[in-house]
Structure formats: structure tokens, C-alpha cells
Design a protein around this ligand. Structure first.
Ligand SMILES: [Zn+2]
Length: 591
């Protein structure tokens, strides 16, 4: 009831003074509880005031909450619309009731991977500008992780730790960076995620990022952000929240009959995983420490941990509870791990969404208490979608399969040796989705790199499951076969990081260096990988659903506009005006 009323107030526009926290109408605490007479009177007065006002205004914005649900394909939330809508404790239901929902939002790059997606969402630019072309790439003969930075070791208590993390490979600003640049000390940016890249990239250059370290089971940060781990995080780690999960089971949240996939828990295409098995209940008490720390990411408990860290962070830093404006990006990674392990159309994936929904609802209650939802702008999106498990496609009679990259690379290497009459390996390696050539070897042998690229592309193109192999030379000369695909390739192309021959799989085919590692894998230019949810909840903006096609790069410019910021210098996205208040409250009070 409370949220509905607050939503009406937002939709109509109210004065910030009248919706200050002490007047908010709280959700009933239990049976028989009803809003106080004072609260109802205030709500009525607000509505009257709104009706009399010719120009809507909003309460001041104190917090921007940016949720990125890893691998949440665009069709998942609409599938459960009636469930979420009927449940007052539903987090997705809150977004559904109060949000501007863009139901046809897509990435327009071919490299639909986690790091690329997060960088694109938060910069509003393509990888051709922000430079994050994949989760990893090669520089010379060295494979570089997207957020590696030798100068920024992870602060995980191990002085010999080799893990590092910073946004130094991100070439342009994020919307959070712009917020800080424009407001100076009046703005702060924080980010938390299970995955390091899903925290670091949304945090931008000026934010503070925290993520889960699967080596230690702790949440960590790096030297880029702090000299030593903040006390609040040390204390959170000492609570032992991760250890508490060691003997826990993952059971179904609801009665089995409530699930679409109730009868699919033991589907023949669902792999039997080493530690979790493939049917409910899934037990977490197996394996040595590092296995346990790793495996728990593929359960909804991973997001519970991340949200718990976010709550502690909000308390410790008083996020959204001071003058100015704070941004908190939260990367929810469990959906991705669950999807990779069990497939997106599994009972596990479905239960994970239901549990995430409940966890988000509780988190929004916390935000309402600490900050006030009327002072909070929320955006929810995803970094990419996901296809079904290849064996499921095959069982349904579709063309699908797994491309064996190590085998393909061996055959290419042999063919190159014969063609160019050399024992030298002319390949550096494969970093999804590209083959990288060894340019120093090619230079020393005085071979034309374009000839090597063409030879590689010819062999790769013949591989079952490969739709097309595109060479660096073709991209530079703008000679790509399919214009729509060419645009997606170009958007993701950053010359020094994108490799020499880019592989594009056929629809429903799985392209990964380890064909046995995951049940399924995203990373294609097809709709199942590009289609994402994009929802804005903005005080003062009426909830509605927008069906026109929009792009992932539109998210950051739209957020910037909502916050009254100047345009993002490098962004190529458009402002989605349906989500922007007519008179941004923040701009009105601060500029
Ligand atoms: Zn991802």
C-alpha cells in the first residue's frame, strides 16, 4: 500500500518538503496495521497540492541506485509480470509498478560479454570508444584481463596476491565520473558486485569499488581505491557471512507447482555439476575452500551476500543520507553463474529469479528506511542475455552445437605452418571472440599480416557453427559482408584490443575456448544475447511501458539527463525522454 501511494505522489509531482522522510507512509508491519490518520492526511494534502500545481516538481534526489543483473535476458521479467505485480514484497514488482519500462532494449555490439556490457551501460558509449572489447584480450603475447592493473593489487590480506583491479583500461568517463566531475565533493560513487569487472567498470575512475574474492571468500577492494581495506569491510568480512553458508542447502523458495519449469529439474540437457548436482536441493558443503568459495556464486546466496555488503556500505558511508548526491552501482552476478551452470530455462534459474526478486524487495525496504524511495532514482538493466543449452536446441530439432576452439586453433596453426613454410607459431591465442596473431613472429618472417589473416579466416569460416570470420583488414577497409552485422562488429571494435580475426557463430551455436566448461555461453550478436531489461524509476515520472526499440548506450545519457548533468562527452546513446522529469528536482535545487 505504501509504495502504491508513494508512486501516485511521484507520478503527480509533489513538493520536496511535504514528502520529507518524517511524513512518509510506511508499509503496514503486520495484519491489522493501517497507516496513521496523520499519514493519510498528508497524502491527501499532497495529492490536492499536486492537482493544483501546473508544473510538477520532485523531491530532491539523494541517491542513484543502478542495478545490473548479469545475464538477465529481456524476456525474463515480463514472463513473471503477474507474479511480481501481485506481490507487495516483490522488488521487481516495485519497479514494474513505478518504473518506465523499455521492453525492447538491446545492445548493438556483437561482443555480448560481461565487461563490455557493463562498460557500455555506464559510459553510454560503444566499445569502439570505451575500449573494453571483451572480458580479456591480448596485448603482445600477454593475455590481459579487462580490469587488470599491475599497479593496483587486490587488498585481500595476501601480500603475494597476484590479482589486481582498476578501471585503467576503461578509456572514457562513466556517468558516475561525470556526476563527480560536475559536482565535486557533493557527489560520490560506489559499486559492489560478486564479479570484479561488474564492480570496477560501473564505478568508473572516481568511484570506489568492492567485489567478492573467490580465493579468500572475502569482499575486497584494491590499491587503486584505498591504501588499506576500509574498517567497515574488514568488520563485515569478520562476521563470517560466507562461512555460514557452508552447510546450507539451496531449496525451492515456493511450492514446486508455482514454477514453469517444475518438471524440468532433471532435463536430459542439464549437466550434472561436480559440486551442486543437477536437482534440488543443492548442497553447498562439498569441496575444499576455494571450490566452496567458487561454487556458491552459482546460487542465489551470492546476490544475498552482495546486497548485504551494499547495506553495510550504505550504513558506513551514509550513502544517500547527506547533502549532495550519491550513486551506488550494484552488480548482481548469481543469475549469470546459475545460467551458465544450469541453463536459463531451468528450475534453478527460475528459483534464482524468484529469490532475487524477494532480496531486491527487502533491499528497497532498507533504502526506503535509510534514504527514502522518493529521493532515489533507480535503474535496472543487464550486461547481456543468454542462449539456451545447445543440447536443448538439438533435442528440439534446431541447428546448434559447441565449437571446439582448441581443436580449431591447432588445425589453423598446422595449416599456417604449411602455407607459410615455417615452424614458428603465428598465433598468439584466442580470446573470445577473436583470434590474435603473433605480429612479432610475422614481422620477423616478413610475411604480410593480411595474408595470414585471410588464411586464418578461410579455415575458421569452414568450421561448423561459424557464420563468418572477419579480418582486421576487412574491418579497416570497411569491407564486411552483412551491413547489420558489420555495424555490430564495428561498435565493438577497438583496434589495439580486438584481435585479428573475429569469429561470429551461427545462431544457437556456442563459441568458447573451453567447450565443456559451461552448459551455455553468451557472446553473440543475436537477440537472445542483446535483449536486456531497461527500467528507470524516477520520482516525478509516471510509470509506463515503452515498446519502441532503444539501445543499451541510452542508459547513461538518460541517467545524466535525469540528474541534470551536462551531456556525456563520449556517449553515443540518446536521452530516453520518457524517463526524464520535466523539471529535474536535482538541477532545480543545485544549479
Ligand atoms: Zn555477464
Amino acid at each position: 500500500m505504501r509504495r502504491k501511494l508513494v508512486g501516485i505522489l511521484h507520478a503527480q509531482g509533489t513538493s520536496s518538503m511535504l514528502t520529507a522522510r518524517r511524513y512518509r507512509i510506511r508499509r503496514p508491519q503486520g495484519p491489522g496495521h493501517s497507516p496513521s490518520v496523520t499519514a493519510i492526511s498528508v497524502a491527501f494534502f499532497c495529492l490536492m497540492l499536486a492537482a493544483c500545481s501546473s508544473r510538477p516538481t520532485q523531491p530532491d534526489t539523494r541517491l542513484v541506485l543502478a542495478f545490473t543483473v548479469d545475464q538477465l535476458r529481456g524476456d525474463v521479467l515480463p514472463r513473471y509480470r503477474s507474479r511480481f505485480g501481485a506481490d507487495p514484497s516483490s522488488g521487481f514488482g516495485y519497479l514494474q509498478r513505478h518504473g518506465v519500462i523499455f521492453s525492447d532494449a538491446n545492445f548493438d555490439h556483437a561482443t555480448t560479454f560481461t565487461a563490455v556490457g557493463h562498460a557500455t551501460l555506464f559510459t553510454g558509449a560503444q566499445a569502439s570508444s570505451h575500449g573494453i572489447t571483451g572480458n580479456a584480450w591480448f596485448e603482445g603475447n600477454r593475455q590481459v584481463w579487462s580490469v587488470d592493473d599491475p599497479e593496483s593489487p587486490v587488498l585481500n590480506g595476501n601480500p603475494n596476491a597476484t590479482e589486481t583491479g582498476s578501471p585503467r583500461n576503461l578509456m572514457i568517463e562513466t556517468v558516475g565520473d561525470a556526476l563527480i566531475d560536475e559536482l565535486g565533493g557533493a557527489a560520490r560513487v560506489f559499486s559492489v558486485s560478486t564479479k570484479e569487472r561488474s564492480a570496477i567498470l560501473p564505478g568508473g575512475r572516481h568511484g570506489k569499488a568492492f567485489w567478492y574474492d573467490r580465493q579468500t571468500g572475502d569482499y575486497v577492494t584494491s590499491r587503486y581505491y584505498y591504501e588499506k581495506t576500509p574498517t567497515w569491510l574488514v568488520q563485515w568480512n569478520e562476521l563470517g557471512r560466507v562461512e555460514e553458508l557452508r552447510n546450507k542447502q539451496w531449496n525451492l523458495l515456493d511450492d514446486r507447482a508455482a514454477y514453469i519449469y517444475a518438471d524440468a529439474d532433471d532435463a536430459p540437457w542439464e549437466p550434472d555439476t561436480e559440486y551442486l548436482g543437477n536437482t534440488f536441493p543443492h548442497t553447498l558443503d562439498r569441496g575444499k575452500d576455494t571450490d566452496f568459495f567458487s561454487v556458491l556464486r552459482a546460487t542465489p546466496m551470492a546476490d544475498d551476500l552482495t546486497l548485504d555488503v551494499a547495506r553495510r556500505l550504505i550504513e558506513a558511508e551514509r550513502i544517500g543520507q547527506r547533502s549532495g548526491i550519491d550513486m551506488l552501482a550494484i552488480g548482481l552476478s548469481a543469475t549469470d553463474y546459475v545460467g551458465h551452470v544450469f541453463g536459463p530455462s531451468s528450475l534453478e534459474a527460475e528459483d534464482n529469479v524468484f529469490r532475487l526478486d524477494r532480496a531486491l524487495g527487502k533491499f528497497l525496504d532498507f533504502i526506503d528506511e535509510r534514504v527514502g524511495l522518493e529521493h532515489t532514482v533507480i535503474v535496472l538493466s543487464a550486461d547481456h542475455g543468454v542462449p539456451e543449452i545447445p543440447e536443448r536446441y538439438i533435442a528440439m530439432g534446431s541447428d546448434s552445437g559447441r565449437i571446439d576452439i582448441p581443436d580449431l586453433m591447432r588445425r589453423i596453426r598446422t595449416a599456417l605452418s604449411e602455407k607459410f613454410d615455417t615452424d614458428r607459431n603465428l598465433l598468439t591465442g584466442f580470446s573470445n571472440p577473436a583470434i590474435f596473431l603473433d605480429h612479432s613472429a610475422i614481422g620477423e618472417l616478413q610475411i604480410d599480416p593480411a595474408a595470414v589473416e585471410a588464411a586464418v579466416a578461410e579455415i575458421a569460416s569452414d568450421e561448423p557453427g561459424v557464420a563468418v570470420a572477419i579480418t582486421r583488414t576487412q574491418i579497416s577497409a570497411n569491407k564486411m559482408p552483412d551491413p547489420a552485422l558489420a555495424a555490430k562488429i564495428r561498435n565493438g571494435y577497438y583496434a589495439s584490443r580486438s584481435g585479428d580475426v573475429i569469429l561470429v557463430q551461427k545462431p544457437n551455436w556456442y563459441l568458447h575456448p573451453r567447450p565443456d566448461a559451461y552448459a551455455t555461453m553468451h557472446g553473440s550478436p543475436y537477440r537472445y544475447d542483446t535483449h536486456i531489461p531497461l527500467i528507470f524509476v524516477v520520482p516525478g515520472v509516471t510509470a509506463r511501458e515503452i515498446g519502441r526499440p532503444v539501445r543499451a548506450v541510452d542508459m547513461a545519457p538518460t541517467l545524466a539527463s535525469i540528474l541534470g548533468l551536462g551531456s556525456l562527452e563520449h556517449a553515443s546513446g540518446q536521452i530516453l525522454t520518457e524517463a526524464v522529469p520535466a523539471l529535474p528536482g536535482f538541477a532545480a535545487t543545485q544549479h
